[in-house]
Write a protein that binds this ligand. Structure first.
Ligand SMILES: Cc1cc2nc3c(=O)[nH]c(=O)nc-3n(C[C@H](O)[C@H](O)[C@H](O)COP(=O)(O)OP(=O)(O)OC[C@H]3O[C@@H](n4cnc5c(N)ncnc54)[C@H](O)[C@@H]3O)c2cc1C
Length: 295
């Protein structure tokens, strides 16, 4: 029996683990199938105070620090939670805890247009930092207008010949101004507002074009999609209420269950907020455990 089981080994989960383990609580992190989560998608983390480097390097530091205080970290995926305190993993192992912290992050929303599934991995990508290299010197589209899309476009602009950002709104109203300014300063990035795709197509070697809803055909080699995220909460039972993107409101959870990071509703999805909420819920969990010694 653990005092605390934390689901997820991104910045939210590892921060929570550091706090609960350091407070002497027996802590298990079920880290999912990707150590450090979305941190791995950030080659240059510029806006996490006090740190400059890759997201993966920060994740490694966080893991070491949590382990140093006794947190046990295994990379397994939770498949279901029973009675709020028992977690069963994909391999059938069951773990019990007095407190559960959900920090399972979010997954990119899929582009639901003709050809998007067919050309997935052959021109359609959901990770610029993972796949951008394959498009060196080529023409690519970025779909979306938030910070992720702007970051993706900037990253790709250093590799690709030409980048077109397609956004359904009239301006980058949701993007940080510093990113918008950088995008505007790049000669090989073109912004097409109020533009949406209706299909992508190509041949056996891969994607060669995309078509907009107004019927324009754009020749391109790759389409990078950054249109938001859905929370990783499929493993939860229906009793745990979620919004239309699968995210959990902290106040909706039963006593002894907590939520931190990108999986939490109405949170700005950043490393700093993941760390902040990881810290916050860990402190709540420690207080709960101290006040409910019999649980
Ligand atoms: C391309 C890109 C660039 C970004 N750049 C920046 C940036 O420059 N600055 C910034 O501040 N933020 C950036 N972000 C956002 C930032 O990475 C996230 O907000 C942050 O990592 C969220 O942390 P998290 O711990 O909530 O979730 P995640 O980092 O997504 O971690 C979730 C964890 O949960 C695990 N998991 C999933 N399902 C299960 C399960 N069933 N059981 C157990 N574990 C599970 C996963 O394996 C993973 O370990 C970027 C995001 C992207 C996609």
């Amino acid at each position: 029996m653990y005092d605390v089981i934390i689901l997820g080994s991104g910045p939210a989960g590892l921060t929570a683990a550091l706090y609960t383990a350091r407070a002497g609580k027996k802590t298990l992190v079920l880290g999912g199938d990707e150590a450090f989560g979305t941190l791995n998608k950030i080659p240059n983390l510029e806006n996490y105070p006090g740190f400059l480097g890759s997201g993966t390097a920060l994740g490694e530091f966080m893991q070491k620090q949590a382990e140093q205080f006794g947190a046990e970290i295994v990379f397994k995926k939770a498949e279901r939670i029973k009675n709020n305190f028992s977690v069963t993993c994909e391999d059938g192992t069951e773990y019990l805890a007095r407190v559960i912290i959900i920090a399972t992050g979010a997954t990119p929303r899929k582009l639901e247009i003709d050809g998007a599934r067919e050309f997935m991995g052959r021109g359609v990508s959901y990770c610029a930092t993972c796949d951008g290299f394959f498009y060196s010197g080529k023409n690519v589209l970025v779909i979306g207008g938030g910070n992720s899309a702007l970051n993706d476009a900037l990253y790709l602009a250093d590799l690709a010949k030409n980048v077109k950002i397609l956004y359904r709104k009239p301006s980058f109203s949701r993007g940080e101004q510093v990113l918008v300014d950088r995008v505007n300063a790049k000669e090989n990035i073109e912004c097409l507002f109020e533009t949406e795709l209706s299909s992508v197509g190509g041949n056996e070697t891969g994607l060669t074009f995309a078509t907009t809803t107004s019927g324009d055909k754009i020749e391109c080699d790759g389409v990078f999609v950054a249109i938001g995220h859905e929370a990783n909460t499929d493993f939860l039972t229906e009793e745990i209420k979620r919004d239309n993107l699968g995210r959990i409101a902290p106040k909706s959870l039963p006593a002894g269950m907590y939520v931190a990071g990108d999986v939490r509703s109405e949170l700005k999805m950043q490393v700093a907020t993941a760390v902040g909420t990881g810290c916050e819920v860990a402190m709540d969990a420690i207080a709960y455990l101290n006040q409910n010694a019999s649980v």
